[in-house]
Design a protein around this ligand. Structure first.
Ligand SMILES: [Zn+2]
Length: 401
């Protein structure tokens, strides 16, 4: 099913939307918790649902290596495998492959790499990435792109972007063509006819939609050329990739301000891998609809917790005898039931429950921010909300306890 975005309200460049996908509706702007190995670390699907996550992200690279796409395919896709019934976006696997600097070789065909698990040779071409993502039956699949290093000269960024555009076209042709046909005919072979549910829609159309990724490093002329190339195909949505790679905030915002206004209004816009709460606010103001980042979940496991008064490091001895909640202004399960002293104790004892409670809180913080952003857009007060929020976080940044 092709993703479709209904814009319910706008406020400046920001949009409030309903993104309808194969497995349900996502309210935008949306944050996608990252489920690297088919699991958002420490969370059950019911807990994610309770926190208000509408969509999660799965990592194609990790699932390709373990357990492999065929096991997931046998479960009817990643939804059945991980027991998550709402939408899933999968990345292309490219970003992880490119970070294996010494273990990979890039050619026009694709990327060859050594598995970091057992050293075996693995190939990832645009067609391979589409085949894996089709087997995962994600609601949104991403084109394979060449991840431009940072910093990059204009010539380096151009060569990388142009390769990404050739790979995007191959991704598109394969996803909607031979890859889809192979998936449908393999399903025919694998499943006896009497088990086929009536009206198996994905057998005549892809299980989801494919997004293209704008690249071009920090060079706005290359970013615009990339977008223009992607618009020659009918991608279901458009992402901005190659940010959150070490650039300054000014560089990131300059790229967004150049590219986002040129993106077609009716298609969802996804900023990949961003970011801190204040980065998300800045990007929503500039018209971005979707985000993913490991920060809330990874930081939670390291005791780095986001609160309305700034970041709290629960490992700090200041919390040893603190009987108060982590964040008195937070309504999450953790803050309603546990003291800072208890959370610090769990962390010091490496108790699994500590990771779980911290993750519940940090994800609640992020998902609650998205709810606040959506309400602010609906009520036409986003500029004031963003200005207050950014001022408050700026002020609290130095007050880390
Ligand atoms: Zn909380």
């Amino acid at each position: 099913m092709r993703p479709s975005l209904e814009i319910l309200a706008t406020d400046g460049a920001a949009r409030l939307g309903r993104l309808t996908l194969t497995h349900g509706v996502v309210e935008t702007p949306a944050f996608m918790p990252v489920g690297t190995y088919g699991s958002v670390k420490a969370m059950t699907p019911e807990e994610l649902d309770g926190l208000g996550a509408h969509i999660v992200l799965g990592n194609t690279f990790h699932l390709l290596l373990r357990p492999g796409p065929d096991i997931i395919d046998a479960h009817g896709g990643l939804h059945g495998f991980m027991n998550w019934r709402r939408p899933i976006l999968t990345d292309s696997g490219g970003f992880q492959v490119f970070s294996l600097r010494s273990l990979r070789k890039i050619t026009e065909e694709g990327v060859q790499f050594r598995s970091p698990l057992d050293g075996s040779a693995v190939r990832l071409t645009p067609e391979d990435s589409m085949n894996v993502q089709l087997k995962l039956r994600s609601d949104i699949a991403m084109a394979l792109d060449d991840c431009t290093p940072y910093p990059a000269t204009e010539a380096e960024a151009r060569a990388s972007m142009e390769r990404s555009m050739r790979w995007a076209e191959r991704s598109y042709v394969h996803y909607y063509g031979a890859g889809m046909e192979a998936l449908a005919s393999a399903a025919d072979r694998a499943r006896p006819a009497f088990l086929e549910p009536a009206g198996d829609a994905w057998r005549s159309e892809p299980p989801g939609g494919l997004f293209g990724i704008v690249q071009g490093g920090m060079h706005t002329n290359l970013r615009l050329a990339s977008l223009e190339t992607l618009l020659k195909q009918d991608f279901a949505g458009l992402a901005v990739g190659g940010l959150a790679v070490g650039e300054t905030e000014e560089e990131r915002l300059r790229v967004l301000e150049a590219v986002v206004p040129e993106m077609p209004k009716e298609r969802p816009r996804y900023l990949m891998g961003v970011g801190k709460p204040e980065d998300i606010v800045q990007a929503v103001v500039r018209g971005i609809d979707m985000f993913d980042c490991v920060i809330p979940t990874r930081h939670a496991r390291n005791g780095h917790l986001f609160t309305s008064a700034g970041v709290v490091n629960i490992r700090n001895s200041a919390h040893q005898a603190d009987l108060g909640p982590l964040d008195p202004a937070c309504g999450c399960y953790t803050c309603r039931n546990y003291s800072r002293a208890y959370l610090r104790h769990l962390d010091r004892c490496n108790e699994i429950l500590g990771s779980r409670l911290n993750t519940i809180h940090n994800l609640h913080f992020y998902l609650d921010l998205m709810r606040s952003l959506r309400a602010a857009i609906a009520e036409g007060r986003l500029a004031a909300f963003a200005s207050d929020y950014l001022k408050q976080r700026q002020g609290s940044r130095d007050a880390v306890a």
